[in-house]
Design a protein around this ligand. Structure first.
Ligand code: MEV
Length: 328
């Protein structure tokens, strides 16, 4: 029996535009998915709990195709099951292990579908734990590659390498097409606001694709996000937090123009700005879920706690460690 963990992430800059070859800078945060894997003769069962900040329990048997008894959207449950199944396929392939079975337990403090990279973290940790259980140790970059293939398959080809590379490697990373690298980052005072909801990543990515095809402004907006990311990289290298915050505000405005924000995300962004955060933006696919703000003071967290529509506000430290084995 092996337990591995992998971190969630926030996007400092560049979600959505990264799908079209622009650069993005996601940062791993100290909220992890833990996956425990035990080999069995055949078939597969998956137990999951604490998949939202409130917590709930999912029990299903992947063999029977039964739906877990949880109060979340079907699309999220189906996606969750799809990610675990594909991750196990990758582990079997890496270990040349045929149809060997597994009992899998997922414990995650990363809310599902909320822009904090829950699926990437679960996939990365599952591949690591399952390959180790089969006696194979993959390098984090190889896990990132296999995890990307999982997201690509489950999201019908609508996935960048950003979430999976960040979760496997930890810290701040820069992703531009197939070029993925870790980059230096100062201590970043992240504050996260969570509206308790989730967006459908596949539908949101498809929506931006259509907008980009139909309207020149949307194609220009995607390019403008790329410009912001490049300027953001300079600010990051110089440790210029005020400039990083300004650029985050611009990035949120452009994501709003692409139609991926929501009333609650905008309300949380404005609450953070009114509390004098250095900057704030939605993180991830959007449609609902989380915003990320930069603020060293307690003001933004307090303001978010009093914002209607914000279910939870918390600080998140940059997690410099990516995937790791927890126990065996
Ligand atoms: C989702 O977390 C981030 C998107 O850019 C999609 C992707 O990069 O795969 C919206």
């Amino acid at each position: 029996m092996v337990t591995s963990s992998a971190p969630g992430k926030v996007y400092l800059f560049g979600e959505h535009a990264v799908v079209y070859g622009e650069p993005a800078v996601p940062c791993a945060i100290e909220r992890r998915a833990h996956v425990t894997v035990e080999q069995r003769e055949s078939g597969m069962s998956v137990h999951a709990d604490d998949l939202t900040l409130d917590g709930f329990t999912v029990e299903y048997d992947a063999e029977t195709g039964g739906r877990p008894d949880v109060e979340v959207a079907d699309s999220l449950v189906e996606a969750g099951v799809g990610y675990v199944n594909e991750a196990i396929e990758q582990a079997r392939d890496a270990a040349d292990a045929g149809d060997v079975g597994f009992d899998i337990t997922v414990e995650s403090s990363i809310p599902l579908g909320a822009g904090l990279g829950s699926s990437a973290a679960v996939v990365v940790a599952t591949i690591d734990a399952a390959t180790r259980e089969l006696g194979v140790e993959l390098a984090p970059v190889d896990i990132a590659q296999r995890a990307y293939e999982v997201e690509y398959a489950v999201q019908d080809g609508e996935a960048s390498r950003a979430d999976t590379f960040c979760s496997a490697m930890g810290g701040a990373v820069r992703v531009e097409g197939d070029d993925c690298r870790t980059i230096a980052a100062p201590d970043l005072p992240f504050v996260i606001g969570y509206d308790g909801g989730a967006g459908d990543t596949g539908a949101l990515v498809a929506g931006v694709r259509k907008l980009r095809e139909d309207y020149g402004f949307a194609a220009d907006t995607v390019e403008a996000i790329g410009d912001i990311v490049r300027q953001g990289e300079t600010a990051l290298a110089e440790g210029d937090l005020a400039e990083l915050g300004r650029l985050m505000n611009f990035n949120h405005g452009l994501l709003e123009a692409l139609g991926v924000s929501s009333r609650s995300l905008d309300a949380m962004v404005w609450a953070a700005r009114d509390a004098d955060a250095l900057g704030a933006k939605l993180t991830g696919a959007g449609g609902g879920g989380c915003i990320v703000a930069l603020d060293r003071t307690p003001e933004t967290k307090t303001a978010l706690e009093f914002t209607p529509g914000c279910e939870e506000a918390f600080r998140a430290e940059l997690d410099t460690e990516g995937v790791r084995q927890e126990s065996r």
